[in-house]
Design a protein around this ligand. Structure first.
Ligand SMILES: [Zn+2]
Ligand SMILES: [Zn+2]
Length: 370
């Protein structure tokens, strides 16, 4: 259900006075009036919307109720998941709507205005099962664990499904029976003039079943507070910052609804030898001047150990050589390893070595002038 922001619809501030609201309404009504926009369905819908918004915001009583509901929404009843039980009369903190045909008419109108037309249907279904909240956390793995994949055991504390009763709220040995008041439907229907109002069955709290004996471990709520351990499989090749989603491992739901999900953001540690960019691995290898000039073969460190790398003659420092398929395997694709070549220059030439180089320089015609 989407929560309509009536203030936004009218384009006024939340603390706007009645005069300002009326003025703004007249302005918009003029603009979107069907007489001015014949055949324009969008304008017609808009006109209806602003009229409904003005109807509530210009009536001090309705506006107060609406403002309270907004606060409720903001306070984490969350995402439009309104529970009509909070609006039942006399439970404190909820909203009371006057009885009588007019009162109930207003009730339905207000809710369908604010929460969309789906509200009526949902309100009739008794206890709205609410999916448990998603939980977000993080998980640290080493560089190698991320490459190869790893199974980690984590500990989660908070509300969890009661293990004694598996969330039913009933003592395992006790039997549950169909609720005689609502005949197992979880809701009770009563006629108010032209309206049939469904409400949550107070006897079974919408469950439809009467519990013979409440679970002693959770007091019948189906949830307990505590810690649980959970094995998490981190897939091979996961990248730093990626998420692992564990469906149904979030907070437990209410009214028989499923639990939320658990999202773990994976922090991948650094490695002194390897740098990773996506599926590719970057390393640095040193060669000596002889290998740089003459070419050769060196042994480089790879994710799986070591591998031989051929150095072509005349390789400059900074050259990047690719070693195919030695990167990270992720989603069925294999990355490569890129090796940046660093050429070591001897700084401690002996007199004899110096002569050799000078001879080479003369042969090559290199200028050695100082
Ligand atoms: Zn229990
Ligand atoms: Zn019942």
């Amino acid at each position: 259900m989407e929560h309509k922001d009536l203030y936004k619809i009218l384009g006024v501030a939340e603390n706007a006075g009645p005069e300002e609201i009326k003025k703004q309404y007249r302005k918009l009504a003029k603009k979107y009036h069907p007489d001015k926009n014949p055949g324009d369905k969008a304008a017609e819908a808009k006109f209806k919307e602003i009229s409904e918004a003005a109807d509530i915001l210009t009536d001090p009583k309705k506006r107060e109720q609406y403002d309270q509901m907004r606060q409720y929404a903001a306070s984490g009843l969350g995402g439009g998941g309104f529970d009509p039980r909070h609006f039942g009369g006399g439970r404190g903190g909820g909203f009371r709507f006057e009885n009588g045909p007019g009162g109930f008419g207003g009730f339905a109108d207000i809710f369908s205005t604010i929460f969309g037309d789906g509200f009526g249907a949902e309100a009739g279904s008794g206890a709205i099962p609410r999916k448990g909240k998603d939980i977000h956390g993080s998980l640290s793995v080493t560089f190698n664990e991320a490459v190869a994949g790893v199974k980690k055991t984590i500990s989660i504390s908070g509300l969890q499904r009661c293990t004694a009763c598996d969330g039913t709220g009933a003592e395992p040995s006790s039997e549950t029976t169909s609720c005689p008041d609502c005949h197992g439907t979880g809701q009770i229907s009563s006629a108010h003039g032209a309206f049939a109002i469904n409400r949550t069955c107070p006897r079974c709290l919408g469950r439809g079943r009467i519990i013979g004996k409440t679970c002693s471990a959770c007091g019948g709520t189906g949830n307990t507070r505590g810690k649980r351990k959970l094995a998490v499989q981190v897939p091979a090749g996961i990248e730093h910052g990626q998420q692992v989603r564990l469906t149904g491992q979030g907070a437990p739901g209410s009214g028989g609804a499923p639990a939320g999900d658990l999202f773990l953001t994976v922090n991948v540690g650094d490695d002194p030898h390897f740098e990773r960019r996506g599926k590719d691995i970057y390393t640095v290898a040193q060669i000596n001047l002889g290998q740089a000039l003459l070419g050769g073969k060196i042994t480089v460190r790879t994710l799986k150990g070591t591998a031989a790398l051929k150095i072509p003659p005349g390789t400059k420092g900074g050259t990047v050589l690719r070693m195919k398929n030695l990167g990270v395997l992720h989603d069925g694709l294999q990355g490569d390893q890129y090796v940046t070549i660093d050429v070591e220059f001897p700084k401690d030439l002996t007199a004899e070595e110096r002569k050799l180089i000078e001879k080479l320089a003369r042969t090559r015609g290199w200028s050695t002038e100082k």
